[in-house]
Design a protein around this ligand. Structure first.
Ligand code: NAD
Ligand code: LMR
Length: 338
């Protein structure tokens, strides 16, 4: 009763968060489950009927989170794993979600997190490549523009990289765009789904308002302000939390939403399409190997990478500003592993 109404309430603000039918259930791991994102994300995944088994790992606190979440009256099994139990946590998992790593404090860029988070993510990717080489990996840890290339290059070194199975989670940008546009347009955010392409930081976040009925009429100062708010929404939260971290609850929601989309695709649901940062041919001729655009998710993970479609002159300007920054961020991640 509770699980059903909670899932319905969670699903209400935007498109549905969870699917209602449990076709083939899947073992999912959260690496960084003890953290600000990891805890509520674990809770939301426990409510997802497509999850059969939840493996919660962190260097701190995961057994406690596991015990707590395991009491929720949904069918999935939950286990918490501590620092020396990473391999056990990854045994048999089909989907791994990674929110491990440090968050920003006011005044920092996401790139300032690189020195700490690059090695955390690389080490986790090495373990996944060894223990669960066929897992689908959803990367939340920042800077996403670099951590995704780090995971890909690490798996490549191990000879197990499959570009259909590595995803940077950019869903929070899509969630914010819908919410902020809904506020301006006086519309329900679920009717304001905006494709957000590029990467996940500042100018690399490119919202395509022209591709949404509610967004195409926005112009002038209002357009500039809305784009700025979507691109720098993360800073808004970092500032408000005043040193206590960055977005956790909205990110857990976004992470659960993306994981649900992936699980539905893996279960054979057709037409599951969402933006995500993946190895992409779209700008490869400009030396940009990873890019977020609308991606169709299916039984193998990435089934189809959609082109960005028709864009306005203003959106072309945003894209022109995005590409050089994105290229640098990707190269930084790749050379870290090389
Ligand atoms: P947090 O500090 O609250 O939690 C991070 C957790 O990671 C901690 O529990 C920590 O013990 C754990 N951890 C550290 N090293 C680990 C390792 N080697 N293995 C397993 N766990 C490890 O931080 P948070 O607020 O949850 O944010 C986590 C990351 O997510 C940050 O890098 C943040 O910038 C990023 N983030 C990304 C998005 C996005 O849109 N992709 C949104 C918000 C935050
Ligand atoms: C966000 O967009 O909220 C996250 O990337 C966290 C951050 O550092 O802003």
């Amino acid at each position: 009763m509770f699980a059903r109404s909670a899932a319905r309430a969670l699903a209400a603000p935007s498109t549905r968060l969870f699917s209602s039918s449990a076709a083939r259930q899947t073992k999912v791991a959260v690496l960084g489950a003890g953290g600000g994102i990891g805890q509520p994300l674990s809770l939301l995944l426990k409510l997802n009927p497509l999850v059969s088994n939840l493996s919660l790992y962190d260097i701190r606190g995961a057994p406690g989170v596991g015990a707590d979440v395991s009491h929720i009256d949904s069918a999935s099994e939950v286990n918490g794993y501590q620092a020396d139990q990473l391999d056990a946590a990854l045994e048999g998992v089909k989907v791994v979600v990674i929110p491990a790593g440090v968050p920003r404090k006011p005044g920092m860029t996401r790139d300032d997190l690189f020195n700490t988070n690059a090695s955390i993510v690389r080490d986790l990717a090495q373990a996944i490549g060894r223990v669960a080489p066929e897992a689908h990996i959803c990367i939340i840890s920042n800077p996403v523009n670099s951590t995704v290339p780090i995971v890909a290059a690490t798996l490549e070194k191990l000879g197990v990289f499959d570009p259909r199975r590595v995803f940077g989670v950019t869903t929070l940008d899509v969630v914010r765009a819908a919410r902020f546009l809904g506020g301006i347009a006086g519309a329900d955010p679920k009717d304001c789904v905006v494709p957000v392409v590029g990467g996940h930081s500042g100018a690399t976040i490119v919202p395509l308002l022209s591709q949404t009925a509610q967004g195409k009429g926005i112009s002038g100062e209002q357009y500039k302000a809305l784009i700025n708010r979507i691109q720098f929404g993360g800073d808004e939260v970092v500032k408000a939390k005043d040193g206590a971290g960055s977005a956790t609850l909205s990110m857990a929601y976004a992470g659960a939403k993306f994981t649900d989309a992936l699980l539905r695709g893996l279960n054979g649901e057709k037409g599951v399409v969402t933006p995500t940062f993946v190895k992409s041919p779209l700008f490869a001729d400009q030396g940009i190997d990873f890019f977020s655009s609308k991606v169709e998710l299916g039984v193998n993970g990435v089934e189809k990478i959609h082109p960005i479609g028709d864009i306005t002159a203003a959106e072309q300007e945003l894209l022109d500003a995005c590409l050089p920054d994105l290229k640098k961020n990707i190269a930084k991640g790749q050379s870290f592993v090389a």
